[in-house]
Write a protein that binds this ligand. Sequence first.
Ligand SMILES: C=C(OP(=O)(O)O)C(=O)O
Length: 310
Amino acid sequence: MQTVDASINKALSVENMATERLASIPWPLADRPFVIAEIGINHNGDLEVAKALIRAAKEAGCDAVKFQKRTIDIVYTPEVLAAPRQSPWGETQRAQKEGLEFGEAEYDAIDAYCRELGLAWFASAWDVPSQSFLAKYDLPYNKLASAMLTHRPLVEAVAAEGKLVFASTGMCTFEQIDSAVEILRAAACPFVLMHTVSTYPTPPADLNLMAIDTLRRRYGAPVGYSGHEASVEPSLVAAMLGAVAIERHITLDRTMYGSDQSASLEPNELKVLVSRLRDLREWLGDGEKRITPGEASVAEKLRYWSGDAT
Ligand SMILES: C=C(OP(=O)(O)O)C(=O)O
């Protein structure tokens, strides 16, 4: 847990470097961006699936796993809950939402399991009582889901905790992001703004990764990427554009039941992502133009003419 916190602190402390060096490639972490495996609701209400996803995230080298916590009767209206919906849990929206929701017993087990594996976990609360529920676990981070960035009481509750917040910006106008940023800054709460497009999966033409730079310029804050495409590469580009955190949904199998599964990465893909994110830093180098020791001997062989050709 210590090393994870240290890398995030490092990312935050170099935010000015990232904004000042817009002409070059900002790279806020020495090693790679902070990687969050978003389990969300991909566990389908099954604790064993949740544990398998936690294990897979740990094995892939992720820095944290994340869940979503809702109080069903607050987040959804009675009309929505009564509406018909076929699911493995029954015939109504209520049956489906309740089937997907973990309670205290499951979160106790998740907390114990993550501690045993030495992996940080946290969750996005979708209502204020859910945020209070999470307090019991003394989690290292908070998350504001895109859908909740406009929920003023929730943003205020999260800001008041003062933990590092990953704040997603899907479906949001600048004015809506401005209001949330104002609340976070007023509470002196550190945050990473996440560029997000809230479609599942997101079509390539809608990814708009350059918005990472737009957000960083406008807010002068560290920016990350919460992606919903079914591929690895856009997250690498996000990292190239200076994303300090990458959040990707994880699934055991994209064909499983659930609205987020098709917008998720499978364990082997997440492993490739973490590994390529690490490689990327090495590939970028320091930008200084030099002849490498390996090139010097190749030059001797290939430049066989005599005299000065320049
Ligand atoms: C939906 C969520 O996040 P995002 O908006 O980043 O997809 C969430 O964290 O619950």
